[in-house]
Design a protein around this ligand. Sequence first.
Ligand code: AR6
Length: 181
Amino acid sequence: MKYEISGTGGRTVELVLGDITRQETDAIVNAANSGLRGGAGVDGAIHRAGGPGVMKECRELGGCPTGSACITTAGRLKAKFVIHAVGPIWSGGGSNEAGLLAGAYRTSLDLAKKHGLSSISFPSISTGAYRYPLEQAAPIALETVEDHLKGDTSVSRVVFVLFNQATFDAYAAAMAELQVG
Ligand code: AR6
């Protein structure tokens, strides 16, 4: 599923079902924790596929604030960079989770722009171990990406790599809403 952002000269957002570690975009985004210590889910998969060099760089960075993102090289992955984004842990919605989730996406895109990258892949940040409700997270993710693509940026292609059908369906529904609205 592909969505072209109007008025941007052909910049696109794509939804695919799959494994982000296999993506060949310039950067892939990790759903990390604020200690950049590695973990389960997409974080575990990225460190396994990228090799120990990625973790070494994460240790040197020492951590990354929630709602923000930090960048390393990508080791053995096909991408050139891994952007480690730290989404919020869901705790009911009253702790600025929405602002922090948007911040994780926005900072990732700003880092891609800073490095002159043209393509970037995201997983569904915070909707696994961090339990952010999928139906609320998907529109935040897509709207934040759309805002970035409408501005001055090197990024022309954003891919959401969604790991299961339920996640794909939630993003597809949110994308349909955006196209109508
Ligand atoms: N490719 C794409 N998406 C994936 C992959 C993959 N290979 N593997 C899992 N997902 P989660 P969070 C999906 O839990 O909620 C870690 O331990 C998964 O199905 O990875 O932000 C970190 O170290 C879900 O849709 O990230 C943190 O401590 C989405 O990725 C914590 O979990 C995010 O699920 C972060 O939790």
